[in-house]
Design a protein around this ligand. Structure first.
Ligand code: NAD
Ligand code: MG
Length: 360
């Protein structure tokens, strides 16, 4: 089977994303794309027993160390990041070494941040093992950890040297985690590519069955769309915010229900339904477009309704979100399917009506 390649064009920081089955066993591919002779693999207690040995074996003659962190978002902390730095120092790794992240978004964010900081920045390679990490967190260069008071508050922009997305490692992923990743793929269709929505409708069965070719297409298109947006706006001055479709409403859901009750992708799914509803009230999307989104989300077993936490509570929680500018909540809305816009001059009636419809 051919592999897919997406080239992220960021001048001297350009890098390839390679997508295909069993890439972690592909010695010649790894030899071509992972140049460092000294590597530290960062993984966790769930993923390492499944894939660490295979990956180590394929890295051949290199000097490869590893550090295995506890699993979970609650461990995405400065303390875990310090363990990575400790391992780099203990193994006497220098500026020519690279960090290799083997895991989901939590591991990728932490390993990337450690690489950004160690000796003021060394190379890192992403081997994302969740669908969410393959379509979202491994691309774009945002790295970091959580602060006890707030998520992703400490971090840096640091682009990887290469992303190796092995479609087969997704087979061991929990069904709910896999479907949550699909929510972000639907998001890319909604903001940038109506044809991707057509494809998702036609290929739902193959994607749910985790067929290699379906995953390869979905990951490739997602990365291309994220890359196109990030290339225009690498450090989130404006356009990059459209990647947050559904996230501000979703953030209210995640916070109100306690982190972990709703998976991030599930909250984004419900959040997109609310954003679509509000876009319809502003005279942008048609009723049929909203229904189409709901049908698609349902097809993938994703939530299409919000928990009834109250419109006022939702409003308060959204107001605390870091996407606020000049006291007004900027929202990502949809002029039409496949096109998104960051809006702050919407009518408050439309926002109120949508919040009441979904949260009351
Ligand atoms: P995660 O890394 O916690 O992985 C989810 C679960 O799946 C974990 O228990 C993990 O151990 C397990 N797992 C991973 N791969 C597996 C596999 N192949 N088989 C079986 N189990 C496996 O969560 P995630 O959804 O991948 O990532 C979420 C994180 O990503 C959040 O911290 C979020 O802030 C971050 N994120 C970052 C960006 C970015 O641009 N940097 C973008 C989106 C999300
Ligand atoms: Mg997201």
């Amino acid at each position: 089977m051919n592999i897919e390649q997406v080239d992220i064009d960021l001048g001297v920081r350009s890098y390839p994303i390679l997508i295909g089955p069993d890439l972690i066993d592909d010695e010649s591919l790894l030899a071509r794309h992972v140049q460092a002779r000294n590597l530290l693999i960062v993984s966790n207690t769930t993923v390492a027993p499944l894939y660490l040995q295979r990956l180590q074996h394929s890295l051949g003659e290199r000097r490869v160390g590893s550090v295995i962190l506890p699993d979970g978002e609650q461990h995405k902390t400065l303390e875990s990041m310090a363990l990575i730095i400790d391992a780099l120092i203990e193994q006497r790794l220098n500026r020519d070494a690279a960090v290799l992240a083997l895991g989901g978004g939590v591991i990728g964010d932490m390993a990337g941040f450690a690489a950004a900081c160690y000796q003021r920045g060394i190379d890192y390679v992403q081997v994302p093992t969740t669908l969410l990490a393959q379509v979202d967190s491994s691309v774009g260069g945002k790295t970091g950890v959580n602060h006890p008071q707030a998520k992703n508050m400490i971090g840096a922009f640091h682009q990887p040297r290469c992303v190796i997305a092995d479609t087969r490692v997704l087979r061991s992923l929990a069904e709910r985690e896999y479907r949550a990743g699909i929510a972000e793929i639907i998001k890319y269709g909604m903001i940038h590519d109506a044809a991707l929505l057509d494809w998702l409708e036609q290929s739902a069965e193959a994607l749910l069955a985790r067929e290699d070719e379906a995953i390869m297409y979905a990951v490739r298109r997602s990365c291309e769309i994220k890359a196109a947006v990030v290339a225009i706006d690498e450090r989130e001055q404006g356009l990059r915010a459209i990647l947050n479709l559904g996230h501000t409403f979703g953030h209210a859901i995640e916070t109100a229900t306690g982190y972990g009750r709703w998976l991030h992708g599930e909250a984004v799914a419900a959040g997109m339904v609310i954003a679509a509803d509000m876009s319809r009230r502003l005279g942008w999307l048609h009723e049929a477009d909203c229904e189409r989104l709901i049908r698609l989300l349902r097809r993938f077993g994703l939530p299409v309704d919000a928990p009834h936490i109250g419109a006022q509570r939702a409003r308060d929680l959204m107001g605390l979100d870091k996407k606020v500018l000049d006291g007004r909540i900027r929202l990502v809305l949809l002029p039409q399917l496949g096109q998104a816009q960051v809006v702050s001059d919407y009518t408050s009636e439309a926002l109120d009506a949508s919040l009441r419809a979904y949260f009351d």
